[in-house]
Design a protein around this ligand. Structure first.
Ligand code: SAH
Length: 407
């Protein structure tokens, strides 16, 4: 797998073709990277002839070269484009090139060397996620195609960032849809249990192997800055706090008090360690957010700024009705705790929840409680999660800042 071909172009021309049906090249030509099974001319090039993760040269029905892709005959997305330049077939040097371009973007935007270094399709690296914590990398292979290139990915990461350690956090449930096992494994080096992430004037203690996902939710970085910017003097409630990223930055920005709510004990332990190490005060409430918010209401607690950042309540489109109901309910519970003139930051990381639906959920809550909500700022993914404009799925994070007054 990792042996180098004699010449890159020769390797590319040796790849088997994957021929599309008539006119099915249009989406690819418009910039998209995915090929669905019904778009493939399976009489000319049966998908079953490909092993999961195998490479192909994609062609239009007229025989025009469209790009190189990896194939998975078992998934609805049958192939994902890796590149359109015939001289750069799938291989280590293509990955090195992509990672260098990705690194240049992060160097332009990030203050420290902690960020998402590679964001899948958004960086033209479908199926690959890499988070960088200084000289420690935590990476995730999400597709059979990326899994098959694991050695190349590792070599390319070494070449581009020369990390001291690399952890494969290949435990995401999406891997099962790709027919892949779930595992966590150190590729090389000593992966520390926790790393430090500087953000908003706080040095956060972040658990890696024992943490959630790839450790830190970098996608929210810019929204946390937005929220903290309005936290001075406020009684702050951070709902679904994980390691306290929103709340503790608000504390650093001069909040009067900060309360974090999360169901994960280890996440709150990380928040507590961070607070201690940074000389910040925080109240930690471990438990289900819905129940805890109801209990706070019953106890007549009030806040001036509340952030709600739940896990994805809508993972698949079929969960939409149930998930939407959960977004409505949690936002209403949160708004109920706001004092007369308060701020509510409402977030969702469900791609299947349209931005307007979240705004509507907050508006309904306001009407129900007899209050008036004004949308004052719109947030989004941090620049280290670049959106691919042709692939709407790469734009999944919603964040809205509302001011809420008595109606
Ligand atoms: N706001 C965080 C990220 C939150 S991720 C940040 O900026 O880093 C979602 C969090 O919700 C996770 O920490 C998870 O432990 C927590 N969670 C999931 N279900 C929950 C529930 N029912 N009640 C409380 N917390 C929950």
């Amino acid at each position: 797998m990792s042996s180098q071909p004699e010449s890159a172009a020769a390797a590319g021309s040796a790849l088997p073709p994957l021929v599309l049906k008539r006119q099915e090249e249009r989406r690819l030509q418009a910039g998209h990277l995915w090929i669905f099974s019904n778009e493939v001319d399976v009489e000319a090039t049966p998908l079953t002839a490909f092993e999961p993760g195998a490479h192909a040269a994609v062609q239009s029905s007229a025989g025009r070269f469209l790009g190189y892709a990896y194939v998975n005959p078992r998934t609805l997305i049958s192939a994902r484009l890796l590149g359109r330049d015939p001289d750069y077939p799938p291989g280590r040097s293509l990955l090195v090139h992509r990672l260098k371009v990705a690194l240049a973007l992060r160097s332009r935007f990030a203050a420290a060397s902690c960020y998402r270094l590679a964001y899948g399709e958004g960086d033209l690296l479908p199926g690959l996620v890499v988070d960088r914590y200084g000289d420690v990398l935590v990476a995730q292979l999400g597709t059979a195609g990326m899994e098959a290139m694991k050695t190349w990915v590792e070599e390319a990461l070494v070449k581009v960032v020369a990390p001291a350690a690399l952890l494969w956090k290949n435990d995401s449930p999406v891997r099962e849809l790709e027919g892949l096992p779930r595992y966590v494994e150190t590729a090389f080096g000593d992966v520390p249990d926790t790393v430090e992430v500087p953000e908003g004037g706080v040095n956060f203690r972040v658990p890696l192997a024992a943490g959630q996902k790839t450790g830190w939710y970098f996608d929210q970085t810019s929204n946390r800055a937005l929220f903290a910017g309005h936290a001075r003097g406020a009684r702050v409630l951070d709902v679904f706090s994980y390691a306290g990223a929103f709340g503790l930055q608000a504390a650093r920005a001069g909040a009067q008090s900060v309360t974090c709510v999360d169901s994960s004990g280890p996440a709150l332990a990380a928040a507590s360690a961070t607070a201690d190490a940074n000389g910040l005060e925080v109240e930690l409430l471990e438990g289900d957010a819905f129940d805890t918010l109801e209990a706070l209401h019953a106890a007549r607690r009030r806040y001036d700024a509340v952030v709600v950042d739940p896990p994805a309540f809508i993972k698949r489109n079929k969960d939409h009705p149930k998930g939407l109901a959960a977004y409505r309910r949690i936002n209403q519970l949160a708004m109920q705790l706001l004092d007369r003139d308060g701020l509510l930051m409402s977030c969702s990381c469900s791609y299947h929840l349209a931005p307007g639906e979240l705004v509507d959920a907050v508006q309904r809550a306001a009407r129900h409680l007899g209050r008036f909500a004004q949308l004052v700022a719109v947030g989004g993914q941090s620049p280290d999660h670049p959106v691919h404009p042709a692939i709407d799925e790469t734009r999944y994070l919603r964040a809205f800042l509302f001011r809420v007054t008595d109606g």
